[in-house]
Design a protein around this ligand. Structure first.
Ligand code: CA
Length: 376
């Protein structure tokens, strides 16, 4: 089997209402999908997390020409080939997002060729579904945030979620008020996580953590800059709330110090950024050495979502115990037509859980005519 073409699809969709988090506002969604075709007629799909234009350029103008004629099932060899070609110029960021998209597409092809859903090819036994947590409670809009968040909380509870994650980053005082409001709205039994998207310095992050400790926070995500491991450790010393992070990190080399120093209690590689399935597996294995739970960050289209689900389903139980398994994957609830409108059958979501696609490969069927509606 040989790669005979790599096509990039830059997608854009305007949102009905903009939303914001601590770093910037979104008025539209954009993503980059890639389609790798082979001489045997099949196609595999991948996605790059982050700005679509530079990732598309990295693939079209640099990486894709090197790949034509190679066997896409050689995932490990191809990953190292691509990484070796980019190492001198981009160990993180866009070039890794481009490699991630290619790697996911190669795994999609390999699993289709094997006639297995990807998670089975990765070595997992049959799995039906994975519980997820709702990512929402963003800023923006004309309604007071307390009111907006109460309404959202009701929706998530009605959808069967047992865990929700809210944004923070509006200043310690305001955050503390909103965290209390969301806790009141969801009640005491729902897991509540907070995510600052690195809006704080260590002192402010520690102050916020102490302020919300009584609200039973399951984790505090990206309290400080992803570059500031000492800052993570400072926050950890100041609070009993576990820390999470990793969506801005890439490759096992980037994750290693974060894990070795126990800067995070939950590590969150994004499969569409960290280096794809191949590298995600290495990062998760490394995390297991340090007894740290790896749960993917997932904010993309149906392609990225399926990649995260298959990857997570194939992770071994950790730690071992007789009690029910405690897996939990991110479920972005912000407006994103690329989750549903570009596939013939969206990944099934029911009562707070994603159901694993059981057809070969990623198990999603892209609707090319729908893609064209969003293509730039
Ligand atoms: Ca996050």
């Amino acid at each position: 089997m040989r790669i005979d073409g790599i096509r990039t699809w830059r997608l854009r969709a305007d949102l009905s209402e903009p939303f914001a988090f601590s770093q910037f506002e979104y008025a539209r969604r954009e993503t980059l999908l890639i389609e790798v075709s082979t001489d045997e007629g099949g196609a595999g799909w991948g996605e790059a997390y982050g700005p679509a234009a530079p990732a598309a350029a990295a693939i079209n103008d640099f990486l894709a020409p090197m790949l034509v004629g190679l066997d896409p099932r050689d995932t490990e060899s191809l990953w190292h080939f691509l990484y070796a070609r980019t190492l001198d110029h981009g160990q993180k960021g866009t070039l890794l997002a481009a490699i991630s998209a290619l790697d996911i597409a190669f795994w999609d092809i390999k699993a289709q060729a094997a006639g297995m859903p990807l998670y089975r090819l990765l070595g997992a036994g049959y799995a039906e579904s994975i519980p997820c947590y709702a990512t929402g409670f963003y800023f923006g809009g004309s309604v007071p945030l307390e009111e907006k968040f109460e309404r959202e909380a009701r929706l998530y509870l009605a959808d069967g979620f047992r865990a929700v994650k809210m944004k923070v980053g509006l200043g310690v005082e305001r955050d503390a008020e909103l965290v209390a409001a969301v806790r009141r709205a969801v009640g005491p039994r729902i897991r509540l996580m907070i995510d600052a998207n690195h809006a704080y310095d260590p002192v402010a992050a520690a102050a916020l953590a102490r302020r919300v400790e009584t609200q039973d926070i399951f984790w505090f995500e990206e309290p400080v800059s992803p570059l500031d491991i000492e800052g993570y450790l400072y926050v950890k010393r100041a609070t009993s709330i576990p820390l999470a992070g990793g969506e801005c990190e890439h490759t096992r080399f980037g994750f290693e110090p974060l894990l070795r120093r126990r800067a995070v209690d939950f590590v969150q590689p994004d499969l569409c950024a960290c280096g794809g399935i191949s590298e995600g597996l290495k990062i998760a294995t490394l995390a297991s050495v340090y007894n740290i739970h790896a749960t993917p960050h997932a904010w993309g289209s149906a392609v990225g979502q399926a990649a995260a689900l298959h990857f997570y389903a194939a992770r071994p139980r950790h730690p071992a115990s007789l009690t029910a398994e405690d897996k939990m994957i991110e479920c972005d609830r912000t407006e994103n037509p690329f989750r549903t409108a570009i596939v013939k059958t969206p990944v099934r979501f029911e009562r707070g859980a994603w159901y694993l696609p059981q057809t070969p490969g990623l198990g999603i069927e892209i609707d090319r005519s729908a893609l064209e509606n969003f293509q730039l």
